[in-house]
Design a binder for this molecule. Sequence first.
Ligand code: PEP
Length: 250
Amino acid sequence: MRTPFMCANWKLHKDVDEAVEMAKKFKELVADVDDVEAGICAPAVDLYPLNEVLADTDIKLGSENMYHKESGAYTGELSPQMIKSVGCEYAIIGHSERREIFGEDDALLNLKLKAAFENDIKPILCIGEKLEEREADEHFARVKFQLEADLSGIEAEDAKDMVLAYEPLWAIGTGESATPEQAEEMVKYIRDTVAEMYDQDTADAIRIQYGGSVKPWNVEEIMEQPNIDGALVGSASLEAESFSKIVKFK
Ligand code: PEP
C-alpha cells in the first residue's frame, strides 16, 4: 500500500513570519492525521525556522529546488547538503516553472536527481505537458520523453523512493484542474512506463501525485482514482485551513 502524500509548494510566497504563522496553524489542524503524509516545500529562507516549528510533528519539509553541486562558485544556488542541514527530506526537481522560466533542461534535471539520491534527499520530480502538446495528441510522448531523459542511469532502488508529480502545465495556477479521469489516465500511463523502464515492483512502489489546481472541493474525486497517490498543491496550500482540508481529503 502506498501512503498518500499531500505536499505544499509555496513558490515565491511567504516571508519568515508568514511561514512560521502558517506552519503553527497547520500543524494544529492536522495533528490528528496519521494515514496521510503531509509536506511543505518552502522558499529557502523559510526552511530553517520551519524545521524548528515542525520538529515535534511528522510533517515533512522540502526545498523547492536544489543544485547538483556540493559547493563552489555557483552564486545563488543551494546544495543537497545545505537543504539537508535545515531538515529537508524532499526537494522538488523540475517544476514546470523551473523548466520554463529558468530554462532547466532534462540533462540538468538528471544531474539534480542523481545528486539528490546520493545525498538521501527524496526528489519530487515534476513532469507534464503543455496545452498545445495535449491538443496535438503529443501529451503521452512528452511525458514519456521526460521520464526517460530525467531518470536516465538511475537505479530501481533509488527510483522506488522518489515521488513523481504529474502536472499538466495548462492546469497549474489556472483554476482549471484536469478532470479526475484525465489525471488518472496519465498517471496510469506514467506507472506503466515506469514498469517498462524498471519493473512492476518499482512501478507499484513509486508514489505518483497529481498537481494542477487541486482544491479542497476537488481533492476527494482526484484521490478516488486508483493510481493517484497524492497531490502537489500550489495556491490552495498557502492557507492553513484549505491545505489541511486537502490533507484530510477523506
Ligand atoms: C504547482 O505549482 O505545483 C501547482 C500545482 O500549483 P496550483 O495548485 O496553484 O495549480
